[in-house]
Design a binder for this molecule. Structure first.
Ligand code: SF4
Length: 249
């Protein structure tokens, strides 16, 4: 079981050391394109999946020896389900001064406790694949009780109070490709620091869109800081971007 892995080259982040606080396929969604496969444990319940001590040990063993640009909390499921996420973030910060990012499906942003925990992170990448409830149900297949409108409301509220970078991530597949205009409109309302448009290029039950389809989709996001998986030439230096942000206030 690997709680800390990499660094791996990420089209978004450059050389990224991954931290997996779950090490199992537990998620509040069961996205039809999920590259991990169908969700085995579909839940919104918090739990301590891996002890903080175990993660801390692995961080201390691996992090000091690697050259990386960022630490990304992600893995095989939804990382905000980890009840000890706050301790894990603290442990990362004890071991390194690299920026810390998290990839979340946005389903727990409605929880005040979670928003406070995420406030300790430099970069939050929030998933938004659908512009309405029915497509949300069809693509993300959430646990009962999660609704598109509520998730969107809390992404917007979180953006307005968060001091770090809020980035949006949208996976485009056959089912939502014709809704790029609506998704871009919603993204413009949120005003994220960046938008990543992706399509499943790695193993997935859903095939990827072509380069020209993604380029057409990218056009809808004009005016936003958008990057597509097909034309991510280089990673941005998060250290530089975060430094610039603190200078600009
Ligand atoms: S949110 Fe992420 S981990 Fe969960 S099912 Fe969707 S793609 Fe997979």
């Amino acid at each position: 079981m690997k709680t800390v892995f990499g660094p791996v080259s990420s089209w978004r982040f450059g050389r990224s050391v991954g931290v997996d606080p779950l090490c199992r396929n537990a998620c509040s969604f069961d996205c039809i394109y999920c590259q991990v496969g169908p969700t085995l444990d579909k839940t919104i319940q918090n739990d301590v999946f891996i002890s903080t001590d175990r993660i801390k040990e692995d961080l201390k063993r691996i992090l000091p020896g690697v050259s990386a640009d960022i630490v990304t909390i992600s893995g095989y499921g939804e990382p905000t389900l980890a009840e000890n996420l706050d301790e894990i973030i603290e442990a990362v910060k004890e071991v390194t001064d690299l920026p810390v990012a998290i990839l979340t499906n946005s389903s727990t942003l409605s929880l005040g406790k979670m928003r406070r925990i995420l406030n300790e992170i430099d970069v939050v990448v929030a998933k938004l694949d659908a512009p309405d409830e029915s497509l949300f149900e069809e693509i993300n297949r959430p646990v009962k009780g999660l609704h598109f409108g509520n998730i969107l409301k809390w992404i917007k509220k979180f953006k307005s109070s968060f001091n770090g970078r809020l980035e949006l991530q949208t996976m485009f597949i056959e089912k939502n490709k014709d809704y790029a205009g609506e998704l871009a409109k919603i993204a413009a309302e949120i005003q994220p620091d960046s938008v990543y448009i992706n399509t499943p290029l790695r193993h997935s039950l859903e095939g990827p869109l072509s380069e020209s389809q993604m380029s057409e989709i990218e056009g809808y996001f004009e005016g936003l800081n958008v990057s597509s998986v097909y034309n991510s030439k280089k990673y941005r230096s998060y250290k530089e971007m975060l430094k610039r942000r603190s200078i600009e206030g």
